[in-house]
Design a protein around this ligand. Structure first.
Ligand code: SF4
Length: 345
């Protein structure tokens, strides 16, 4: 479905500059931006995938992964086609890397999306599977409506939104679940062909500090790309220094996919080493992901040491939260958002 885009600038000769993500593409008439989802139609920028869902599922919120936000809740998860990154290890490349897969998408207005979420008993909506900003206008309209209907809202994002796009959607967005894929030019170049990756850190900081969003960070540990001590330490130190020691960091196992099928899955020892690096850097909540039943999946209070959430895969039992995001046993702040309190800020 076509819809006029927001956040664009008209240039000479009917050219357009898009300001939704940090590529800030300059687009000639009749051409699309790098995400292929935004077209310059005779000097007007249009979003081509408004309301075109290629994936819709009811998921446990832990699958995003989100461990400190409404634990045990279901979230209605939506994706579309197109992406502004072309990651070599993309798990969803069939929808993210193709042009207009009309046959595999279905029309889902914001009203219908919110209605479906409620119908399935979900506590919120997540835009995930591919980069949410690629259908920015749709997520913006949906997020406003979701809040009106009492649902929480989640971006599972590569973090490449511009600050002005973030500021536009932030009042309607509760969670910024962001990937930090590495911590040097080489890692981002190899994985996503992105040069100016530091903007991801700036926008994430803004989501947390200016907008008070709930932030959780994921690093998919890929052998030989981002599994060296130096990078992992820098990521952990950045989270600790800029976002805070209570921000969850998920270090997840890589499985060979797409253009990195020749690499092995991440050895368990590398994931456990990453956990150790995170803890040494001062992070209180570091979780190993994509390894079913791993002991680091549980949450322990960082002050009294008692278990507050037990997780076994997607089986989640809250055993020690006080309903206000703290520890039931000693009252320490554990940076949880829970049902029973107002979500959002
Ligand atoms: S959203 Fe698409 S068109 Fe806009 S700047 Fe990003 S990649 Fe380019």
């Amino acid at each position: 479905m076509e819809r006029e885009a927001v956040l664009y600038e008209r240039l000479s000769g009917k050219r357009i500059r898009c300001h939704v993500c940090q590529w800030r593409c300059i687009i000639n008439p009749g051409r699309t931006g790098l995400c292929r989802a935004r077209l310059n139609r005779d000097g007007k920028l249009v979003s081509l995938n408004y309301g075109e869902a290629t994936a819709a599922a009811v998921d446990p919120v832990e699958k995003k992964p989100l461990f400190h936000f409404f634990p045990g809740s279901s979230v209605f998860s939506l994706g579309t086609w197109g992406c502004n990154f072309h990651c070599q290890h993309c798990q969803n490349w069939e929808i993210a890397c193709v042009d207009v897969p009309a046959s595999s998408s279905r029309e889902l207005s914001p009203e219908k999306g919110v209605e479906s979420a409620r119908h399935h008993g979900c506590a919120g909506i997540a835009w995930t599977y591919n980069e949410p900003s690629v259908w920015f206008e749709y997520t913006l309209d949906s997020a406003k409506l979701a809040h009106e209907k009492g649902l929480y809202t989640v971006y599972v994002t590569n973090g490449y939104l511009t600050p002005e796009a973030l500021d536009m959607i932030a009042p309607h967005l509760d969670v910024w679940r962001v990937d930090v894929k590495g911590f040097n030019d080489e890692a981002y170049r190899r994985l996503a062909r992105v040069r100016h990756w530091q903007g991801i850190l700036d926008v994430t900081k803004r989501a947390r500090q200016k907008w008070g969003m709930h932030v959780e960070v994921v690093t998919n540990i890929i052998p030989g790309v981002n599994d060296d001590e130096k990078q992992l330490q820098k990521i952990a130190e950045w989270i600790r220094g800029e976002l805070g020691e209570l921000i969850p960091w998920h270090v997840t196992r890589f499985y060979p996919a797409h253009k990195l099928k020749h690499l092995p899955p991440t050895p368990l020892a590398s994931l456990e080493r990453a956990c150790e690096i995170g803890r040494r850097a001062g992070l209180e909540f570091v979780y190993v992901g994509n390894v079913c039943g791993h002991e680091s999946g549980n949450t322990f209070c960082h002050v009294c040491g008692k278990m507050v959430v037990r997780r076994n895969g997607y089986d989640v039992q809250v055993t020690g939260l006080d309903g206000r995001g703290g520890c039931m046993f000693c009252g320490a702040d554990l940076n949880f958002r829970q049902a029973g309190e107002n979500y959002g800020r």
